[in-house]
Ligand binder design. Structure first.
Ligand SMILES: C[S@@+](CC[C@H](N)C(=O)[O-])C[C@H]1O[C@@H](n2cnc3c(N)ncnc32)[C@H](O)[C@@H]1O
Length: 263
């Protein structure tokens, strides 16, 4: 994690395990709902679904009855938790920007701003390419990310929460196009003293036009839906389908919308 403390180091896991399961389930259901809406509309016969940046699998668990599910995350401990939780699923430890799986999918999705955790925009571009390479014909790519609007008043965001093993505190720090979550967990030790564990999780935020331009190399953008008062955007994209063939000494390439004849 590039010098940043791993999200799966013990105090972080303790804190997340102590969160109310019904709230976690509610969040997972809600994210599954907004991913499934466009799937039902644009690819209702979809069977194989991959989530990139799947975390503890709160969304995939909601889809496991209806689909063959696959998940990928950069954190090994999260993937191990997913394997225990969904024994029928297939899971991979990898960064989303250079993953290689010997399978093709009907839908690939990424939610809860997981893509904002990529290191730079080159990683976004290679994520788009990796997704394109793993989608079947007409496959869908659905993802949500923060928009620059989140940077406007993020500096006022902070949380303090007691939990069973101590205290959790976070605050957002904005610098340029990055929003860094500065997290401190005070873990209560058996001798009654508290140990401070510090984490920094930077998220990089890019203009919507820049995302659209990079996406359009690989995908037709079917929908862009602003959410959370414009601080977040959901993209629904379809893999571009080109069927090229030679005819009368010319290459004829057909996409769904137009025919290009190259002389
Ligand atoms: C906010 S969590 C979202 C988890 C899950 N999508 C959900 O909705 O419950 C973001 C996840 O992205 C993962 N992540 C961050 N950078 C990644 C990368 N480069 N490749 C794959 N996963 C990554 C993190 O480990 C984390 O599990």
């Amino acid at each position: 994690m590039n010098g940043e403390k791993s999200k799966t180091s013990k105090p972080w896991v303790y804190f997340h395990e102590s969160l109310d399961t019904s709230k976690r389930n509610k969040g997972g259901k809600e994210r599954a709902r907004y991913v499934m809406k466009p799937v039902n509309e644009y690819n209702k016969h979809a069977k194989k679904i991959l989530e990139i940046g799947c975390g503890l699998g709160d969304v995939l668990v909601e889809l496991s009855e209806r689909y063959t599910i696959y998940g990928l995350d950069i954190e090994r401990d999260f993937i191990e938790a997913c394997i225990k939780r969904m024994p029928k699923g297939k899971f991979y430890v990898s960064s989303m920007h250079n993953f290689k799986i010997e399978e093709r999918f009907d839908v690939i999705f990424s939610v809860f701003d997981a893509m904002n955790e990529l290191k730079d925009f080159d990683q976004w571009k290679s994520t788009f390419k990796a997704v394109d390479d793993h989608l079947d014909r007409d496959g869908l790519f659905i993802f949500d990310v923060f928009t620059p609007k989140i940077l406007r008043n993020a500096s006022s965001l902070s949380t303090t929460r007691p939990f069973s093993k101590g205290y959790y505190f976070d605050r957002a720090i904005v610098k340029g196009n990055s929003l860094t979550w500065d997290v401190k967990i005070f873990e209560r030790l058996s001798n009654g003293l508290y140990q401070l564990n510090e984490y920094k999780f930077p998220e990089r935020i890019y203009p919507v036009a820049k995302m659209k331009s990079a996406l359009s190399k690989h995908f037709d953008i079917l929908e862009t839906n602003l959410r959370e008062e414009g601080r977040n955007i959901l993209f629904v994209c379809r893999k571009k389908s080109f069927d090229g063939f030679w005819c009368c000494g010319k290459v004829i390439t057909e996409s769904r919308t137009h025919r290009i004849v190259q002389f």
